[in-house]
Design a protein around this ligand. Structure first.
Ligand SMILES: [Zn+2]
Ligand SMILES: [Zn+2]
Ligand SMILES: [Zn+2]
Length: 137
């Protein structure tokens, strides 16, 4: 919980019980999670409040969203350098075709792309599809 409060403080997000609850879950699980997983983990919590909390976390540089297969956005913890204005999440993501789990590949950087004149890059995403280590056997 101390770590959670520190992150909220660092990103200048007011502490509420729901924010503490969800952030602690992300820190503990260290996983990429969508709203449906959070609903399962906290069946008594209000869905709309959870959704809003995710949005706030995304705006404040606590979580980054990942578009995988399906319509639901997934979220993962940002590194400490992310701010509300600038997220530095230039790592690829990996989605397992068997278990559908999405993983941040933090050890790699998406290479800078050379764009034609007049094109301004705002955002870059890379999704690698394959089989995760847990599904190999
Ligand atoms: Zn970020
Ligand atoms: Zn898998
Ligand atoms: Zn990521």
């Amino acid at each position: 919980m101390e770590q959670v409060n520190k992150i909220l403080d660092q990103k200048a997000v007011r502490i509420t019980p729901m924010r503490q609850l969800l952030l602690e879950y992300f820190v503990e699980e260290n996983a990429v999670l969508g709203l449906s997983e959070l609903e399962k983990a906290f069946p008594k919590s209000d869905r709309i409040t959870m959704y809003r909390t995710l949005k706030t976390f995304e705006e404040k540089g606590i979580l980054h969203s990942i578009k995988g297969e399906g319509d639901e956005a997934k979220y993962a913890l940002c590194n400490e350098h992310c701010t509300p204005v600038y997220h530095i999440d230039k790592h690829p993501h990996f989605q397992c075709q068997k278990c559908k789990q999405v993983t941040c590949i933090d050890s790699q950087l998406i290479p800078a792309m050379e764009l034609p004149n007049g094109y301004v890059q705002k955002e870059v995403t890379m999704m690698i599809k394959g089989i995760c280590s847990g599904c190999q056997t």
